[in-house]
Design a protein. Structure first.
Length: 81
């Protein structure tokens, strides 16, 4: 995984905290906190979706707004490096 995608995944994982039962994350907010450019965000999101670390909402409107679901594989990748 490239460094930018890893940083984005870590920032999204941090949104959940330790005890959240919710897997919803705001990718745009995470990218903004990292100072990530939109093109870099798009590439990182595509990689993270294809690798199975995040998934799109069934409701495309949520994904269009930058909301994704962090998968258990994505959580494990950060929590158990």
């Amino acid at each position: 995984m490239d460094e930018k995608s890893l940083q984005l995944l870590k920032a999204m994982r941090a949104q959940l905290g330790e005890t959240s039962a919710n897997r919803a994350v705001d990718a745009v907010a995470a990218a903004n906190s990292l100072g990530m450019y939109p093109g870099t965000l798009d590439r990182s999101l595509l990689y993270l979706v294809r690798a199975g670390y995040i998934e799109e909402y069934a409701d495309r409107a949520m994904t269009t707004q930058g909301m994704y679901l962090l998968t258990f594989q994505g959580i494990a990748a950060i929590d158990n490096p």
